[in-house]
Write a protein that binds this ligand. Sequence first.
Ligand code: NAD
Ligand code: TYD
Length: 356
Amino acid sequence: MEGKILVTGGSGFIGSNFIRHTLQVKPGIRIYNLDALTYAGNPLNLVNLPESQQARYCFIHGDICDARLLKDLFQKEKFNGVIHFAAESHVDRSIHGPEAFIKTNVNGTFQLLEASLAMWKRNGQQSDFRFLHISTDEVYGSLGAEGYFTEKTPYDPSSPYSASKASSDHLVKAYFRTFGLPVLVTNCSNNYGPYQFPEKLIPLMILNILEKKELPVYGDGKNVRDWLYVIDHCEALLKVFDEGIVGETYNIGGGTELQNIQIVHLLCDLLDAKLGRSGKNTSRNLIRFVTDRPGHDRRYAIDASKIEKELGWKARFIFQDAITKTLDWYIDHMDWVNSVQSGEYKKWIENNYGKR
Ligand code: NAD
Ligand code: TYD
């Protein structure tokens, strides 16, 4: 990876981890981060970059649905690649308000493809250009007790979120088949790690345990997810961007299948050990089984053999170690948590970028 890369959604959970990681391991790279700073996008995630990296990082406050902004940006800058994270990403929110998911995930991806295609053609179909679309294993729907998602598993999305991501995947692949735009698609399993917005299972449970709040477990708690540490995901994305074959899809997963209730038990136990809670004070007493999520997929599990065999990537982090690192990060960054929860960063956005 060399030159100028446009990252979309770089102020969110995975995007900000990716930018930090990439600036560190790829000294020849300049990153432009285009982010609308929705509730999930937090500029504080990237404020304290090492000084030596700051000159290689540029933030652009904007919406991927804004065709005019994209046109101007792609006319001004000749990008060597686009790495597309920007999305509405939370299943529960997509159930309560699907429209934002269609706007950003479908229309926004379409606008980004159009702007990329125009730039790529204008520059004589530059051979070094790549469009990497970051997607999810949720497009494949739900597994039963057996089997794994491969790149050939038919799409069968259950939620407005996964349906909108499936739609964006199809658009991206169509721009390869129809126009020859050099695209790559990755479908990854559930990520965890620092800077994840505390609406997703792991950070929500960590913070509720710390605050002695109830721990809402949907249904019987036996739904299974395949957990991957976010840095493993970032390393896989760099591999795919650098060495993947254009037009191809790569599934990314850690092979750590756990039921939700196992994760919640583990987080309770790890935090109880740190906080000295035991007996009747054990955090497991905070667990509440609540009404299930509608359309709740039972099990996700990735067959990552393609990326492992063809690109030599393999998840490096052991779940037990990385989950401990993650909960230590939340304990050590309560200022970040407080700012995200209090809306302080919204004020910071208004002061720095103006009201939108
Ligand atoms: P996130 O919700 O933490 O971050 C999304 C980012 O996109 C935010 O910074 C937000 O401000 C920005 N954004 C939203 N709408 C925008 C718009 N219209 N224009 C510009 N920016 C906009 O999400 P995440 O968990 O970091 O996920 C990033 C990507 O990875 C998503 O595409 C998601 O589908 C995919 N993914 C996530 C996971 C996971 O476990 N979190 C797993 C597999 C794939
Ligand atoms: P989530 O982190 O929302 O990711 P996804 O739905 O994309 O997999 O949820 C992970 C699992 O945890 C999912 O099976 C739903 C469940 N869950 C709960 O049981 N309680 C909660 O409060 C949340 C947020 C999720």
